[in-house]
Design a protein around this ligand. Sequence first.
Ligand code: IPE
Ligand code: IPE
Ligand code: MG
Length: 259
Amino acid sequence: MTASPDPSLDAAGGECRSSASEAPVPRHVAIIMDGNGRWAKGHGMPRSEGHRRGVDVVRRIVRRAVSRGVAYLTLFSFSAENWRRPPDEIAYLMGLLKLFIRRDLADLHSSNIRVRVIGGRDDLSADIGGLLMEAETLTRANTGLTLIIAFNYGARQEILRATQAIAAAVARGELAESAIDEATFARHLDTRDFPDPDLVIRTSGEQRLSNFLLWQSAYAELVFVPVLWPDFDEAAFDDALSQYQSRERRFGDVAARNR
Ligand code: IPE
Ligand code: IPE
Ligand code: MG
């Protein structure tokens, strides 16, 4: 007798299905990790302590994303606008990123996780740029979760970089103006190798995108969670996935049952 098919796979054997629901788990989850400062303030601690605890939550959520069968996880870690913060907070956040890569890169690699980074590289210090490159290079051939770190990332800046690259290609005669379509544009974004996010989660109760993946989130499902990032946990992540699974994505079409 042949074994019954794995219930976590769909007919095509591709998409991961949750045991709790027939709806697929999102292939790409992107998270705006917000609320570290408010968490620290609420606990009578310096903002830096909120950021430090936030890194522990990153480790837990990466593991959970792997076990839930998410293929791409993007984490908004430092925005292009976060340079407006006080210099000591910026220095602390830069230090945390360095520490995270130094401490966790070997573990990520042994977990078959592929690390990628999106955002501007030019205004990063040489040591941070080098560490980010090292993480990408070491894990390049891994086939498990793709962990995308959005660092010094801003969607408008990314869209402008893409526009400049496309304009340069047109000026060189390599690309016809009439050939610029959505696929051409997407190929010039930092996210060119990844599918669009299916689910964008923002913690802390704020309900805005703050310049995160504006092009790519055109049809993402948005889940706003009132929990501050240092208090976000596996159960909260699972709950956001369940909310996603209860949504009906129509992409402008009419629902099949209403046709
Ligand atoms: C998110 O927490 C972390 C970063 C933006 C780097 P915040 O630092 O924004 O925390 P709040 O929003 O001030 O509470
Ligand atoms: C967005 O959070 C950036 C990150 C989570 C890295 P912010 O705290 O910077 O966003 P605003 O300023 O409240 O919109
Ligand atoms: Mg914030």
